[in-house]
Design a protein around this ligand. Structure first.
Ligand code: COA
Length: 289
């Protein structure tokens, strides 16, 4: 994987080049496509970033690649951290503060996903995804809270749109992301009086992402684009721009929101499972018994 943004993000975009100078972002899931481009954008605009990941090699490689967009030392990889383990996150926060001195922004983006119907979803499989997405998001914000209180910082949860309606093969993810939205709303209310904003970004079908590779096999891309009201798939730059807005002073009165970045796609339903529903779903469930 390579960086998807470059200097043109600043020269051709609406953002001031030093918008996030002096700021530090703590990112879980920074090895995945969505959180990675969010980090690229913030780093291009002057922030320092700590990338927290489970995989040693991927976390280090991604950090090295993103650091090419900025001055040396702007990106700190913190590998071998599982967001399900609160103590590990506390260590990651301590390492970030030791290196960069502060945390201003948090992207809680670590997530797990695979396609499985209820018959093929073990209790542990369901729990794994809920734990990574929901408990992991809670752990991330809780571990960063002392620093966020000092910086009057801002949190961005990475959610989805598939729990706005019933999406087959995604019960585990829908349940987890509904919880993430609820967590964000509650923390926006609890932490708002302390000067901390909490919001969610909910990406829809974004091309060239791990999510699309996992969830959308075959010639899905063309059909998915046709089903999006704006008649195209999203780009990682779409995610980057909304992320920058939500952390920027332009969003200083934006708190407790969920921003779908999906071209309006969720309003027209679960396009990616249309071919699999209901015939293949029913066959799959029956095959287990
Ligand atoms: N279908 C059904 N069950 C699955 C599955 C699949 N495709 N993949 C994993 N599982 C089950 C496992 O069988 C296991 O359940 P069991 O103990 O009852 O057998 C459970 O999920 C946990 O799997 P494990 O590999 O031990 O967990 P993990 O914590 O190492 O991995 C996952 C978590 C399963 C979410 C894994 O897919 C992952 O690490 N994903 C990270 C990256 C990612 O998904 N990104 C998505 C971005 S959209």
């Amino acid at each position: 994987m390579v960086n998807t943004l470059d200097a043109a993000f600043i020269s051709k975009g609406p953002w001031k080049s030093n918008l996030f100078q002096g700021k530090v972002v703590f990112v879980t899931g920074g090895g995945g496509t969505i959180c990675r481009v969010q980090t690229e954008a913030l780093v291009l605009l002057g922030a320092k970033a700590a990338i927290i990941g489970r995989s040693e090699s991927n976390t280090i490689t991604v950090a090295e690649e993103i650091s090419k967009l900025a001055e040396p030392g702007a990106v700190l990889p913190i590998p071998k951290i599982d967001v399900r383990d609160y103590k590990q996150l506390e260590q990651a926060v301590a390492q970030t503060v030791k290196t960069f001195g502060r945390i201003d922004y948090v992207i809680a983006g670590a997530a797990g996903n695979f396609i499985a119907d209820v018959a093929h979803l073990s209790p542990n499989a369901f729990k794994s995804v809920v734990d990574i997405d929901l408990l992991g998001s809670f752990n991330t914000v809780k571990a960063c809270l002392p620093e966020l209180l000092k910086s009057k910082g801002s949190v961005l949860f990475v959610s989805a749109t598939l729990h706005y309606y019933g999406v087959p093969f995604q019960a585990h993810v829908g349940a987890a992301k509904a919880g993430v939205d609820a967590l964000s709303n509650a923390l926006a209310v609890e932490l708002g009086p302390l000067g901390i904003r909490c919001n969610c970004i909910a990406p829809g079908p974004i091309e060239n992402t791990e999510g699309m590779r996992r969830l959308a096999p075959g010639d899905f891309k063309t059909r998915a684009a046709e089903a999006v009201p704006l008649q195209r798939l999203g780009t990682t730059k779409d995610i980057a721009d909304v992320t920058v807005f939500l952390f920027s002073p332009a969003a200083s009165f934006v708190n407790g929101t969920i921003t779908a970045v999906d071209g309006g796609a969720w309003h027209v339903g679960a396009t990616f499972t249309r071919d699999m529903y209901p015939k293949r779903l029913v066959e799959s469930i029956k095959s287990k018994f």
